[in-house]
Design a protein around this ligand. Structure first.
Ligand SMILES: [Zn+2]
Length: 99
């Protein structure tokens, strides 16, 4: 990890951002914005009536700290941690690129 260039105060590793709450893993679906990505989280939900599971997915907007810019591409698997609200739609930050 390149720590030297990270001046992002919204970075959990080098800035002042604290993470708490949920930790999720998903696949990056959209990386068009500068410091924001959209992560798709797959999950299973039980349907009692049919005693089966249905596949569900949710999209979560997450902040990309400066030290991870360029490493987070569409299709890469990432871990995101919940943090305080960073914007109207962002309350998660990328903490690790898994693949
Ligand atoms: Zn950083």
């Amino acid at each position: 990890m390149t720590e030297k260039d990270c001046n992002d105060y919204r970075c959990p590793m080098h800035g002042g951002l604290k993470t708490r709450g949920a930790v999720k893993e998903g696949v990056v679906k959209n990386a068009k914005s500068k410091k924001t990505i959209v992560v798709e989280i797959p999950m299973l939900r039980r349907v009692a009536k049919y005693e089966r599971f249905e596949k569900r997915r949710s999209k979560i907007h997450a902040h990309v700290p400066e030290c991870l810019l360029g490493k987070v591409l569409v299709g890469s698997k990432v871990r995101i941690d919940e943090c305080r609200k960073l914007s109207k739609t962002k309350a998660f930050v990328v903490t690790k690129v898994l693949e």
